[in-house]
Design a protein around this ligand. Structure first.
Ligand SMILES: [Zn+2]
Length: 375
C-alpha cells in the first residue's frame, strides 16, 4: 500500500517554485542566443513565412541584412567568457582530483585546463593535448541537459524510493517536463521546449554525479594516454570482478567509464545515505537507451551503444538498491514515450518545412552576392 502524500516533499517543491534567481533560465536564454540559426529562426519566423507566401526577392535580401545585424548585436554574448558553468566545472574537477589523490587512484596530471565550450544543446565532452596543456572540453549541454533531465524526474524517483506518491497534479507536471526535456535532447532544439523548471531537490547528488562522471571519463582518457594504455597500472581488479576487468581491457571508452565509476564510488562515500551520485551514469544511459528506441540511432562510431553502456555500467555500479529507480524510469518512459514519439515526428516535419523556406532565402542571398561580385 502507498503511504499518504508526503507533505514535506510538496513543501520542498513549493519552495523551489518560488525561487526566482534560477541561473538555469538565465543560461538558457543566454546560450540559446548563441546558436545563431535557431536564434534567427525564432526572431524572424514571421518574415520567413511572409517570404514563403510572397517569394519576394527584396524581402529575402532584407532578411539577409537584418540577420547580419542581429548576429553583430549578439556577438558580444559570444565573446563573454565567464559563465556560472565554469564555476561548476571547476568545483567538479576539484572533487575528482581530491578523490584521485586521497585514494591514490593514479598520479594526477599536470597542466590540465578545463573549459566549457559551445553547444549547450548537445551532450558531449572531449579530452585532448593542446600546446603542452591537457584540455578537458565539456560542452555546456552536459550541464544544461543533465539539469533538465534530473529536474523533471528526480522528484518522481525520490517519491518512489520513499514509497510515497506525489499528488497527481505534480506527477503530471513532471511527466510533461520530462517530455519537453526529451524533445529538446532528441531534436536538439529548445525553442519549442523552453525550460522554466524551478524545482530542484535540495539534494543535488544525482546532478553532480552526472557532471563528475562526464568529467572523470574525459580525465581518464588523458590518464590512459599518459600511462601508454597500460590499464594494469590502474588496478581495475581491485574494484571489479574478472568479467568486467576483461571487458575494460577491450575498449578505451569502457575503461574510461570504469575509471569514472571508481571516482564516483569514492565520491559517494563522502555523501549522506540519501545521496545517489553513484546512480547517475546508470540513470543517464538508461534514458539515452530509451531515446534510441525513438531515434533508431545509428551506432556511434566512437562510443559503445547506449544500451550496452547502460548494461555494463549497471554491473560496474553494482547496487541493487538502485533497481527501484530504474523501474521508476521505466514507468516514466512507458507513460511518456508515445507522446515523445508523436512530438518528435511533428517536429521533424516542422523543421523540414522551415529549412526549405530558409534554403530558398539563402539561395536568393547567394545569387545576389554572386551577381554583385560580377559587376
Ligand atoms: Zn570517451
Amino acid at each position: 500500500m502507498l503511504k499518504p502524500v508526503d507533505k514535506s516533499l510538496i513543501y520542498e517543491i513549493m519552495y523551489f517554485m518560488e525561487e526566482n534567481d534560477d541561473w538555469l533560465s538565465y543560461e538558457y536564454f543566454k546560450y540559446y542566443r548563441k546558436d545563431i540559426f535557431i536564434f534567427w529562426r525564432k526572431a524572424n519566423i514571421l518574415l520567413w513565412k511572409l517570404f514563403k507566401i510572397t517569394k519576394s526577392k527584396r524581402l529575402a535580401l532584407f532578411i539577409g541584412d537584418l540577420q547580419i545585424t542581429q548576429a553583430e548585436m549578439i556577438k558580444k554574448d559570444w565573446e563573454e567568457e565567464n559563465t556560472p558553468y565554469n564555476e561548476i566545472l571547476d568545483d567538479c574537477y576539484r572533487e575528482i582530483i581530491e578523490v584521485i589523490i586521497n585514494n591514490k587512484l593514479c598520479d594526477p596530471l599536470e597542466n590540465v585546463k578545463i573549459k566549457n565550450i559551445r553547444g549547450f544543446d548537445f551532450f558531449n565532452a572531449m579530452a585532448f593535448p593542446c600546446f603542452g596543456d591537457n584540455l578537458l572540453a565539456i560542452n555546456t549541454g552536459v550541464f544544461f541537459l543533465s539539469h533538465t533531465l534530473v529536474r523533471s524526474t528526480e522528484a518522481l524517483l525520490k517519491a518512489r524510493n520513499e514509497n510515497t506518491k506525489l499528488p497527481k497534479i505534480f506527477e503530471k507536471l513532471f511527466l510533461k517536463q520530462f517530455i519537453k526535456a526529451s524533445l529538446a535532447i532528441i531534436c536538439r532544439d529548445h525553442t519549442k521546449t523552453i525550460f522554466k523548471i524551478r524545482f530542484i531537490a535540495s539534494d543535488d547528488s544525482l546532478l553532480t554525479g552526472i557532471e563528475i562522471f562526464c568529467i572523470a571519463h574525459e580525465y581518464a582518457h588523458l590518464i590512459f594516454r599518459k600511462i601508454n594504455y597500460e590499464y594494469t597500472m590502474l588496478k581495475f581488479e581491485k574494484y571489479y570482478d574478472a568479467d568486467i576487468v576483461k571487458l575494460i581491457f577491450t575498449n578505451q571508452e569502457i575503461a574510461a567509464d570504469a575509471f569514472a565509476i571508481i571516482v564516483l564510488k569514492y565520491y559517494q562515500l563522502s555523501l549522506n545515505e540519501y545521496s545517489i551520485a553513484l546512480y547517475s551514469p546508470q540513470f543517464l544511459f538508461k534514458i539515452f537507451a530509451n531515446y534510441d528506441e525513438i531515434l533508431s540511432t545509428k551506432e556511434s562510431k566512437t562510443h559503445p551503444a547506449n544500451i550496452d553502456r547502460y548494461n555494463y555500467i549497471k554491473k560496474m555500479v553494482c547496487q541493487s538498491k538502485y533497481d527501484i529507480y530504474d523501474s521508476e524510469l521505466d514507468i516514466i518512459w512507458e507513460k511518456s514515450k508515445i507522446n515523445i514519439n508523436k512530438y518528435v515526428n511533428k517536429y521533424k516535419k516542422y523543421y523540414n518545412k522551415i529549412m526549405s523556406i530558409w534554403n530558398e532565402i539563402l539561395a536568393i542571398i547567394r545569387e545576389d552576392i554572386e551577381s554583385n561580385k560580377m559587376h
